[in-house]
Design a protein around this ligand. Structure first.
Ligand code: CTP
Ligand code: MG
Length: 221
């Protein structure tokens, strides 16, 4: 089966606050997008990569990434961007969706997700136990409930899917989801978790970027 990795990289990076779309922020001379794509290629389990970037960056990214990587324009919400990626991969048998913002993801994690799909799982997501206690609150910030922490997981990417299942999940919905598995759950599929990796953390805030810079600093590592 042909494995295509979709890399959503069309977000604005508002929370990071670097004044540019986050995927184009550099870590030791290489952008988050370049690092995420390199990790996918290094995993040895991905046949094709489709990156999804802001419409006004398509040309520059095409010139910049290795040949064989396709580049398409994203949309306003992450869901719109992934949808554009799905449309650009009609011959995929297995689809991975991997945030450009998870630039330091170990290639071995990518390989483990694909191995689970090849073993017959229809939807696979890396997940880690949460360390903070999580509360449900109302609009005024009053606590409504405290879910049992041991039952909660923080999920990462790459998330892997049988390609037809992911197509169906996106076709059946105009809804916005914060992850792809969320849409797949709604069509009744079974989503399996596997052990995630701390290094697959999403670079979202300035503190995350400081951590990523420290982790890629040749003087301290
Ligand atoms: N993404 C995308 N298209 C969007 C929004 C997000 O392709 N319209 C991508 C981002 O580029 C990122 C991944 O989805 O690689 C995860 O999203 P997030 O961490 O929220 O990134 P941003 O949306 O860029 O950040 P923010 O929400 O702080 O603006
Ligand atoms: Mg966002």
């Amino acid at each position: 089966g042909r494995v295509v990795a979709l890399v959503p990289a069309a977000g604005q990076g508002t929370r990071l606050g670097e004044g540019m779309p986050k995927a184009f922020v550099e870590l030791r001379g290489r952008t988050l997008l370049q690092r995420a794509v390199a990790g996918l290629l290094d995993s040895g389990v991905v046949d094709e990569v489709v990156v999804i970037v802001p419409a006004d960056r398509v040309g520059e990214v095409r010139a910049d990434l290795p040949g064989g990587v396709s580049v398409v324009a994203g949309g306003a919400e992450r869901t719109d961007s992934v949808r554009a990626g799905i449309a650009a991969a009609p011959d995929a048998d297995l689809l991975l969706v991997h945030d450009a913002a998870r630039a330091l993801t170990p290639p071995a994690l990518i390989a483990r997700v694909v191995a689970e799909l090849r073993a017959g799982r229809e939807a696979v997501v890396p997940a880690l136990p949460v360390t903070d206690t999580v509360k449900t609150v109302d609009l005024l910030g009053v606590v409504v409930a405290t879910p049992e922490r041991s039952e909660l997981r923080a999920v990462q990417t790459p998330q892997g899917f049988d390609a037809d299942l992911l197509r169906r999940a996106y076709a059946g919905s105009e809804e916005i989801a914060t992850d792809d598995a969320g849409l797949v759950e709604r069509v009744g599929a079974t989503v399996r978790t596997i052990a995630g990796e701390p290094l697959a953390f999403k670079i979202t805030t300035p503190l995350d970027l400081a951590l990523a810079r420290a982790l890629t600093d040749p003087d301290t590592n």
